[in-house]
Ligand binder design. Structure first.
Ligand SMILES: [Zn+2]
Length: 65
């Protein structure tokens, strides 16, 4: 079981844009999407709930104005 680098909850994704790859739980990954800095190059570690957050949350989270 891989844990989140940030809060040590069970990780759902692994960020492949950084070396070494950083793992995120759904809560922290969602916070990044909300902050407008989503992890887009990633590998799902479990059921890919994050994909739904990314597609569902990106339009409201990203400042496309
Ligand atoms: Zn976390």
């Amino acid at each position: 079981m891989v844990n989140c680098t940030q809060c040590s909850a069970p990780a759902v994704i692994e960020d492949l844009d950084v070396q070494p790859p950083r793992s995120w739980c759904l809560g922290c990954a969602t916070a990044l999407v909300r902050a407008g800095d989503p992890v887009v190059n990633y590998r799902p570690l479990a059921y890919d709930e994050y994909a739904q957050v990314l597609t569902g949350g990106s339009t409201e989270a990203l400042p496309f104005r």
